[in-house]
Design a protein around this ligand. Structure first.
Ligand SMILES: Cc1cc2nc3c(=O)[nH]c(=O)nc-3n(C[C@H](O)[C@H](O)[C@H](O)COP(=O)(O)OP(=O)(O)OC[C@H]3O[C@@H](n4cnc5c(N)ncnc54)[C@H](O)[C@@H]3O)c2cc1C
Length: 409
């Protein structure tokens, strides 16, 4: 079987890795000219099943060595005392297996393990024709090719989804907010700490990146209506952000001073993908492309890792029909993950004065509880429940003895 995967970030490399291990031929097409690895971008989390998958890949030590190592969080709000949280203690209470890592670092580690996958960088699919026996694919740059299956692992604004399932607008649910992130000099000498400042309808965060000595500024704002802007025009988006936070106070003026120079500026809606089927003939979707639970508030990275592992196992077990069994296997995880974002939005970007007190209160109380109680609270929490709602299948019997891919991993 020859599988084409669109997207080389999280879901794409995990899928390629496991297909390689099952003896399936994989090609990955990635729009960017090289891997989007590195130390820019944002921090993401691995929890539960996703950590198990990374362990099965033999990459856990590498991933934990590359973790952010942010160990202290201070939450501030106007009129309230700052709350200091020992994150090491908080995460240890949640799970032995949580790790926070820059998304680019995770991509670097995952992709390096995908030999002998073929990568087509700086390219994108332009058309997909599924004739029932295979898929004819045309690209912007490479010559047309035929594959047995095509999988979209190309994120929230998936190209494969648009080509095979229809326009994004009909399957996007706005959760009522926007998110911006950019790198800047660590003007506040944050060390290994993260600062958050909340007000009604807005949040500003700041954390350091130990590997670069830089800091990352993060802004969230609640807006019930969708904003009108050009998603390609970064200057326009920067201007929108500056206008929204001009009068915020706190450390924001120093953050906005760095905005113009920010080369890795990210701005997007906090939105979900609500598509309810992730396979159409020989074309499938995985990770954010199929069911983005919303950036930064939905646990999307762990969902992408766990579901890519399941997709590979189902395809290796059933061939193309594995797209249908995969869909059935991950449905509960996806459905539950979709409930996380709207809930987290409520506490992270406070709706009113009462919710403004919620996060500092929870962050200060939970780490002081005995570990078994913290773990119980976590198990009742939406993220823990979503990921744990389906047992992680064991596909080890499928591992190809002749698999050329990292046999020891
Ligand atoms: C600011 C921010 C903060 C976040 N914080 C967290 C967090 O704290 N915890 C967490 O778990 N998750 C977080 N997330 C979400 C997390 O990043 C995603 O859920 C995760 O990266 C999904 O992985 P993916 O591989 O499915 O998609 P993506 O990581 O979006 O990767 C898609 C890949 O496809 C490529 N691509 C796009 N279009 C094409 C095309 N036409 N052709 C070929 N390739 C294409 C892209 O370049 C990219 O490499 C955050 C997201 C953002 C934006």
């Amino acid at each position: 079987m020859k599988v084409l995967i669109s997207g080389a970030s999280v879901a794409g490399p995990v899928l390629a890795y496991w297909l390689n291990r099952y003896g399936v031929e994989t090609t990955v097409v990635e729009r960017t000219p090289a891997l989007r690895h590195g130390l820019g971008g944002h921090a993401v989390d691995l929890f539960g099943h996703a950590s198990d998958v990374v362990q099965k890949m033999g990459l856990w030590d590498e991933v934990t060595a590359a973790r952010t190592m942010i160990d202290e969080l201070t939450i501030e709000r106007a009129g309230g005392r700052p709350v200091h949280v020992d994150l090491g203690r908080l995460y240890a209470g949640i799970s032995d297996q949580h790790v926070e890592i820059l998304r680019g670092e995770l991509t670097r580690i995952l992709s390096a393990a995908t030999t002998p996958t073929e990568y087509l960088f700086g390219d994108s699919i332009t058309a997909l024709t599924d004739d029932g026996a295979g898929v004819d694919v045309t690209f912007e740059r490479n010559a047309p090719r035929r594959f047995d299956l095509v999988i979209g692992a190309d994120g929230m604004h998936s190209n494969v989804r648009r080509l095979a399932f229809g326009p994004e607008e009909s399957v996007r649910r706005h959760l009522g907010g926007y998110l911006a992130v950019y790198s800047m000099p660590d003007v506040f000498a944050l060390g290994s700490s993260m600062l958050i400042h909340q007000s009604v309808g807005r949040l500003v965060g700041l954390y350091s990146v130990r590997q670069t000595g830089q800091a990352r500024a993060m802004f969230m704002v609640r807006t019930e209506a969708e904003l009108e802007y050009d998603y390609r025009d970064k200057d326009q988006q920067k201007a929108l952000l500056a206008t929204e936070f001009r009068d915020y106070g706190w450390r924001v003026p120093q953050l906005l001073e760095q905005l113009e120079a920010a080369g890795d500026f990210y701005f997007d809606a906090i939105a979900q993908i609500t598509l309810d089927t992730w396979q159409r003939g020989r074309i499938g979707l995985v990770g954010d492309a199929g069911y983005c639970p919303a950036p930064a508030v939905g646990g999307g990275t762990s969902l992408a890792v766990a579901t890519a592992y399941i997709l590979a196992g189902e395809l290796a077990t059933h061939g193309p029909a594995g797209l249908r069994t995969y869909e059935a296997e991950v449905r509960q995880m996806v459905d539950r993950s979709r409930k996380i974002g709207p809930k987290v939005m409520g506490s992270i970007i406070p709706r009113g004065p009462a919710t403004l007190r919620l996060l500092p209160w929870a962050a200060s109380v939970v780490p002081k509880l005995p570990t078994p109680i913290q773990r119980f609270i976590w198990s009742q929490n939406a993220v823990g429940k979503a990921l744990g709602s389906t047992a992680l299948p064991d596909y080890s019997a499928l591992l190809s003895p002749r698999s050329p891919a990292n046999p020891g991993r």
